[in-house]
Design a protein around this ligand. Sequence first.
Ligand SMILES: Cc1cc2nc3c(=O)[nH]c(=O)nc-3n(C[C@H](O)[C@H](O)[C@H](O)COP(=O)(O)OP(=O)(O)OC[C@H]3O[C@@H](n4cnc5c(N)ncnc54)[C@H](O)[C@@H]3O)c2cc1C
Length: 379
Amino acid sequence: MTGKPTALIAGAGFAGLTAATALAQRGWSVTVLERQPQLRASGAGIYIWENGLRILESLGLGGLAKNAYRGHAMEQRGHDNSILDDGGLPPAVRLVTLHRRDLLEGLKGAAEKAGVEIRTNHEVIGASAQGELLLPGRRSLRADLVIGADGVWSPIRKSLGLELGHQQTTEGAIRTIIEGGTDDLGPGGEDKYIECWSGMRRFLITPLASRQIYLALTCQETDEEGRAYPLNKSSWRSSFPHWAHLIDRIDDVLSWSPYSIVTVRSWSAGHAAILGDAAHAQPPNLGQGGGMAMQSALALAAYMEGVTDSRDIPGRLAQWERNERPLAEHCQHWSCLYGEVSTLPDDVRARAIPKAMADPWVRSELLRAANSRPTGAVA
Ligand SMILES: Cc1cc2nc3c(=O)[nH]c(=O)nc-3n(C[C@H](O)[C@H](O)[C@H](O)COP(=O)(O)OP(=O)(O)OC[C@H]3O[C@@H](n4cnc5c(N)ncnc54)[C@H](O)[C@@H]3O)c2cc1C
C-alpha cells in the first residue's frame, strides 16, 4: 500500500457517514457514493441512547446532544391511559431525541470536515471481495476497503452472497411531527417519552427540541383503518381518546410501512464489508437500529486504525465482526421480542408489562446496548 489507505462507501446514511468520518479521522482517504440527488432524512425524529451519544462525541458532534430534548423516562401506558411502567432511566444512561434531518446534517458536516468526499447521484449496484464497487454500465471503482452502508435493500449484501434473510414484519408505523411541547403531555410530562398501547395499536409520543413532537402510530398490516393514508384521525382518536388533542393536530404523515429484519452469513467478504441496516436491520422497538449502525461503523474504523498492508484488511474485518456482531444481534433479538407485546390482549399486557419491567434482568437486557462502551469512542 503506497500512500493513505483508501475506502469507498456506498450510502450516506447514519452508518456510511459515521464510518467515513471515523476512517478519515484515522488517516484514510474516503469517498462516499450516495444514490440520492441530496442527502435526505425523512421528516421524523430519532432516539439516540448513551452509546450513540458517545459515538457522536467521538466524531466531534457532542453539540448535537446539548441542543436536543432529553427525556429521563420512557413511560408506558395502557389502553385506559393508566401508567403500566414509569420507565425511569438510570442516571448514567442518557437518552435524547433529535429531528433526523439534524442528525444527518451533523454527520455530513463532520464527514466534510474530516476530508471525506461525498458524491451524490451515484448509484452502486454491487461489490466484489477484491475491493471493487460495481456501478451501472459495467463500470467499477477500486479501493483497499469497500463498504456497503446501503440500507435494508442493500445490493452490496446480495452481490457478495452475504444475505441469509430479509423479512418484513406485519407491524409497521406511520410517522409525523406536530407542533407542541411537554405541556401537551399532562402533569409531570416535562422530562419523559410516553408509549401508549391499545389493542394492537401503539401511540408513541416523543418531544423534540424547539416545540415539536414526533409521533409514531403503530399498527398491524391487517388494520386497514389504522394504516390508511391520509390518516384516519377518528379511528386513532377512538383508540387513544386521551391524546385526541395531539391527533387533531396531525397534518401530513409518512405513510405506514413495515419494518425489516435482515440476517446475514457474515459482515464481510475479503476487502468488502456491510454495515448498519444492510447487515442487521431490526424493528425500531429499542430505538437502537441507528445506534447500532453508528456503533458498528465507528468500530470498523477503529479496527482499521494503523493498517499499513492492505492484505491485513480481511483479517481485521473478521475480528471486527467477532467483537461487534453479538451486540447488534442482541438488539435485533430483543427488539423483535418487544414487538410481540403488541399482540397481547390489553388486560394481559397490563399485567405483563409491570412484571417484566420490574425484573432487573429484563431491564438490563433492554439496556445492554445503551450501557455498552462503543469500540473506538473517546470515553
Ligand atoms: C419507524 C422507524 C423508527 C426508527 N427509530 C429509530 C430510533 O429512534 N433510533 C434509532 O437508533 N434507530 C431507529 N430506527 C432505525 C434507523 O432508522 C436505521 O437503523 C438507520 O437509519 C440505519 O442507517 P443506515 O445508514 O444503515 O441505513 P439508511 O439510513 O437506510 O441509509 C442508507 C443510505 O444508502 C443510500 N443507498 C441505498 N442504496 C444505495 C445504492 N444502491 N447506491 C448508493 N447509495 C444507496 C440511501 O439513499 C441512504 O442514504 C428506526 C427505523 C424505523 C423504520
